[in-house]
Design a protein around this ligand. Structure first.
Ligand SMILES: C[S@@+](CC[C@H](N)C(=O)[O-])C[C@H]1O[C@@H](n2cnc3c(N)ncnc32)[C@H](O)[C@@H]1O
Length: 409
């Protein structure tokens, strides 16, 4: 392999296997190693560019520059100073250093670690060019990530920049929207065949439905024809491993697939997004037209509907994917218990043959909903511990009386 880079795909905890599967689907030769919150693999710079455009499930792709023991502030400074930063970016770029992990050296706090590495980078550039990069904590050109695993420190440069879940189609101002890469990972966990109908009865900004549309059409996840985003690697120095890459070829391929969405629209799954709010549905529709080729966006059915009025479309089989409001803003429904009772009754009466996937932080969901849970997967939605629960509604099935399966994976 030409100029192999050590890459780590950062992702939400609990979804590492999904990310690893997607990476090997996109790059069949890699041998990913899974760690908590990240998937490590070797790839070329060109492959990293391609992954940034296509990968639906990671949050960002980092290039590991150093991985070494640092037991003190001095050792952290020394290993940071030794990195040939000029091979990656020039001092005219703005930078930000982020630190995470556990088991920091005794004389180093999280904030101090960030300052030490920032100083080392600035000293490196002052030595080389007599000038230092400026700091921009909000919108830096270059992000450096420091991860501590006890005294093992990993120093990486971010090839992505704005996280991959900011695909660029969602307007700000939605209440508790799902991150796009989390929604895509949850869809992948359902093992959806890309043909079966999907409903999100509380769709908000439409994340499940829009991500499902992108998955079915095999679209590049982080490419929008009308609004091309800038990745951090595009701001790297010409002398970096990314300097000579023909990104035009990579973008043309993404554009070709985007345009061929018009052809795939004939065999497209039926996708339905409902919400109680007219404003929210109007915006979800706009999001879809931003996120997808027009013929695919036009195929999606949106509607203003309260959960009480949910009916089954004319399909024997289908999936409901949803994350209900977390205990507030439930329209006429006053509590989570009431929501669960209403939802359970509608499912039982109307959705025989369908599978229901619910993202919830409600620990007692399985016993309260009184349906058999065939899966209950623990994961994190930001800071919230959640479950992604599957309920299968069988013909003639009765509400379960005994406590349900709890197959936490
Ligand atoms: C947590 S948000 C869903 C977020 C969505 N998954 C997204 O990514 O944007 C819950 C949504 O449920 C809607 N909602 C609340 N009560 C409802 C009800 N009774 N019937 C239908 N939708 C309801 C809210 O308007 C809100 O958009």
């Amino acid at each position: 392999m030409k100029d192999p880079l050590s890459v780590v795909a950062i992702c939400p905890r609990g979804l590492e296997v999904i990310v690893s599967n997607e990476l090997t689907y996109l790059l069949s030769h890699i041998k990913p190693k899974i760690k908590k919150g990240g998937v490590f693999f070797i790839a070329t710079a060109e492959e990293v560019c391609m992954l940034n455009l296509w990968a639906r499930t990671p949050t960002r792709l980092l290039i590991v520059l150093a991985r070494t023991q640092a037991k003190s502030a001095r050792e952290l400074y020394n290993c940071s100073f030794k990195i040939q930063w000029k091979n990656w970016f020039l001092p005219g770029r703005t930078i930000k250093v982020d630190v995470n992990g556990r088991g920091f050296p005794k004389d180093v706090s999280l904030r101090y670690a960030s300052l030490i590495v920032k100083d080392a980078i600035c000293d490196f550039f002052r030595n080389e060019y007599g000038v230092r990069p400026n700091i921009d904590t909000k919108n830096p050109d270059i992000r450096i990530w420091i991860n501590f695993d006890n005294s093992l420190v990993t120093i990486s440069i971010d090839s992505t920049g704005q996280p991959l879940y900011k695909r660029g189609w969602r307007k700000e101002g939605f209440i508790a929207p799902l991150k796009e890469n989390l929604a895509a990972s949850l869809i992948k966990l359902t093992e959806w065949d890309k043909k079966t109908a999907i409903i999100d009865p509380m769709c908000g900004s439409g994340t499940f439905i829009i991500e499902a549309a992108g998955i079915a059409a095999k679209l590049p996840a982080n490419f929008i024809l009308s609004k091309k985003r800038v990745f951090s690697y595009q701001l790297f120095a010409d002398s970096s491993p990314f300097g000579n890459i023909n990104t035009k070829k990579i973008y043309l391929n993404a554009e070709r697939v985007w345009r061929s969405g018009i052809e795939t629209s004939q065999t497209y799954p039926s996708l339905f997004g409902f919400d109680i709010s007219q404003d929210i549905i109007d915006q979800a529709k706009k999001n879809a037209f931003m996120a997808l080729p027009k013929p695919l966006a036009e195929k999606i059915s949106w509607g203003v509907k309260s959960l009480h009025a949910l009916t089954r479309p004319n399909f024997d089989k289908g999936m409901i994917l949803t994350n209900p409001p977390y205990g507030k803003r439930m329209g006429k429904i006053s509590s989570m218990d009431e929501f669960i009772t209403i939802f359970s009754s509608i499912l039982k009466k109307q959705f025989t043959g369908w599978s229901i996937w619910l993202l919830t932080n409600e620990k007692e969901i399985v016993s309260k909903i009184k349906l058999r849970a065939s899966k209950k997967i623990a994961l994190r939605n930001g800071d919230i511990e959640c479950f992604w629960c599957k309920f299968d509604i069988f013909k003639g099935s009765k509400f379960r009386k005994e406590s349900a399966d709890d197959n936490t994976e």
